[in-house]
Design a protein around this ligand. Structure first.
Ligand SMILES: NC(=O)c1ccc[n+]([C@@H]2O[C@H](COP(=O)([O-])OP(=O)(O)OC[C@H]3O[C@@H](n4cnc5c(N)ncnc54)[C@H](OP(=O)(O)O)[C@@H]3O)[C@@H](O)[C@H]2O)c1
Length: 217
């Protein structure tokens, strides 16, 4: 396996808020490519992110970014469509795929998880059966990632089917600020970890806080 600094991370949907923040942080350690449904949009985002990170960040279509990577992060809203996942499935076989996805709805003054039953990470794993899917980064605010001076002294709950996959995700998480990865169990625990994000947003709104995250003591 390549050394971490040579490993390639594709951020699928990397033109969005979370993707931008992760790109500028991860580019300090990894070779990062921003993926998009629209290559000129990816190029514009990569130019902006490269200027902030002061290191070159690449841009490709989502399937091309998935093909060229060692690790993919699915920074897309809600659940990726079956078409999007199917378009990338052959390119992600045997690779680590990290889902930060939190499908949310706002109803009766509160945010909550949008889907019943399965988590987003489990659905992704079903659509990418040959990939090593893990859940992480759900509680790291994009606005804080985007400020390079923010230390990010938070915990990141990681779900993965095995400790070996958790260890791989841990290396990625630990490369970002002071983030501390903690194993939260197999993918079947993802619904619990994903549901912390709407809780945090409700706490933020109800207590006039700004982009809270979590630290377990
Ligand atoms: N924002 C945060 O603070 C934060 C923190 C933790 C976790 N998350 C989770 O991370 C994910 C991304 O969040 P975000 O705030 O970055 O989202 P976002 O800015 O709304 O969207 C990210 C990107 O997803 C792509 N996209 C949008 N609709 C799509 C579709 N139907 N199919 C495929 N791609 C689509 C778009 O890229 P292109 O148009 O370029 O393809 C967009 O720029 C979400 O699941 C969110 O719950 C967010």
């Amino acid at each position: 396996m390549s050394r971490p600094e040579q490993m390639k991370i594709a951020i699928i949907g990397g033109t969005g808020q979370l993707g931008f923040g992760l790109a500028i942080r991860l580019a300090k350690t990894y070779s990062v490519t921003i993926g998009s449904r629209d290559v000129p949009k990816a190029t514009a985002a990569a130019t902006k992110a490269s200027a902030v990170a002061r290191v070159s960040i690449g841009a490709k279509s989502n399937p091309e970014a998935a093909d060229a990577c060692d690790i993919a992060i699915l920074a897309v809203p809600d659940l990726p469509s079956a078409d999007l996942l199917a378009s990338m499935a052959p390119n992600l076989m045997e690779k680590l795929v990290i889902s930060p996805i939190v499908p949310m709805v706002f109803k009766d003054g509160l945010f909550s998880i949008a889907i019943s039953g399965e988590s987003a990470a489990e659905r992704v794993a079903k659509s990418l059966p040959m990939a090593k899917v893990a859940g992480a980064f759900h509680t790291v605010p994009a606005a804080r990632l985007a400020k390079p001076e923010e230390p990010l002294d938070y915990d990141v709950l990681v779900t993965a089917e095995s400790r070996a996959v958790f260890d791989q995700v841990s290396r990625v998480v630990s490369s970002v600020g002071k983030l501390r990865p903690l194993y939260a169990g197999p993918l079947s625990a993802s619904r619990m970890t994903e549901s912390i994000t709407p809780t945090l947003i409700n706490v933020e709104r109800l207590n006039k806080m700004k982009t809270p995250s979590i630290k377990i003591v």
